[in-house]
Design a protein around this ligand. Sequence first.
Ligand SMILES: Cc1ncc(COP(=O)(O)O)c(C=O)c1O
Length: 505
Amino acid sequence: MRKWRYERSNSLRNKRSTFRAGQLPLDALLIDRDSPEPIQRQLYAALRDLILRRVLTPGLKLPSTRELSKRIMVSRNTVVRAYEQLDSEGYVETRQGSNTCVADLPLSPSSAIDDDSGKQTGHLSNFGHAFDSLELPQFSVLHTALRPSTPDVASFPFKTWNRLLGGNLLRQNFDLFNYNYPTGYPQLKKAIASYLQAYRGVRCEAHQILITNGAQSGLDLLSRVLLDRGDTVWMEEPGYDNARVLFSAAGAHIKPLHVTSSGWDLDRVPDGDIRLIYSTPSCQAPLGLTMRMEQRLRLLEIAHRKGAWIIEDDFDSEYRLTGASIPAMQGNDSFGRTIYIGTFAKTLFPAIRIGFVVLPRSIEPSVNRAAFYCGHQVSLPLQATLSDFIMSGHFARHLRRTRRLYAQRREVFLELSRDLLGEWMEPFEADVGIQVAFRFKRSFNDAAIARRANELNLNVVPLSRYCHFSDPIRGLVFGYAALDESSMRTHLSTLVEIIRASEGA
Ligand SMILES: Cc1ncc(COP(=O)(O)O)c(C=O)c1O
């Protein structure tokens, strides 16, 4: 067994002490006496790091506490406590009457990571690799200008919400503080069911509702429960990219259900079986179009004929800003093939992370079990607060107020964009949703324009990002709901400069 030999380096006399042992590069073992972190903790962390990186090899004898304390000029107690901590976590072994030795640990995950590249050398599943080419969005506060799917958070009645939330916490209803109601808070499920029946024409009972962490967690669950590798998913093109990612990660083959200004192309049904159809019939993502009744009935019939499930993602239909609300397709489904998904991300605010799925009875138990075991539950105090918010009429009031606000803003935005962008772009004819999609009239690289806009903190999204097959539509999607007129004018003017520059490039 090797024995430690410490040499006090010159720097020990300075405020930062560095020491060496034999040939070992112990410069890494730094004690900073000015740091607010206790010395014992620093010593423990430094030794642990050396052990994990195999600089201190298994079996190596550590110096006695007395010796080390002298060498590094700290109290013996400090060394004793650091050793005790290492011992209790299993990094070292202390035998009665003998020295403390480095334990024989299997190579730790941290030693399997190349410090410089940060690249993992371990194995990932196919599912793990499905996200390799995607970026984790790095949104900042600055980065909200023109961002699609962004409601006006400032109009949310936070005082009312806080009062209701405070009430739920102070009442100390212990139901809300335990592992209860894995599929959702019963009163919230009831409130959502009544709302959906009355305002969205959805046919459901409260027990069919599963509360999820936003629509995305509902999509994740459904793709896991319904899809096997090699299954066919027929999804809108252009279509919601975050849904596509999940279907691909589940190993499905995605076939395009083309959507153009004239509607959904239901004539080109994929050959063979279809396991799942994903659609946004009341507010097409990203174009904002609405599917006509005749097409809805045809789509339902195709699903029935092919034995496919339909996911109807009704993410933004509350903001139909002119004319009467158009009921959900689920209400027309007499075959029980439609799974309806909703979210409060637009009607309240995205960070609330509450959404829901309306499950056909035949899959209700399976999806509920999967939701529980995959940990898709939502905070119960928040669910209870949302249920109070809906039941006491605040939700309906907030919807009325924001509908009025967004209708005005949409009109102003369309007028401004006609004036400023009209030479290059035109909007899709749509009157629903808190974003609008525009197509370029001539050939432009929408991704490059969006990239440049992002650099200038405009969070526009290129339409081509929603397309994965031939001939992507070129255009941009803008969020307008959170902007007043003067910010709209400023941002659109910046965009005009970007487009002009790209014309000259
Ligand atoms: C088509 C579509 N579905 C669902 C959502 C909402 O997802 P979540 O409730 O997870 O925020 C969005 C958000 O932008 C969307 O565009």
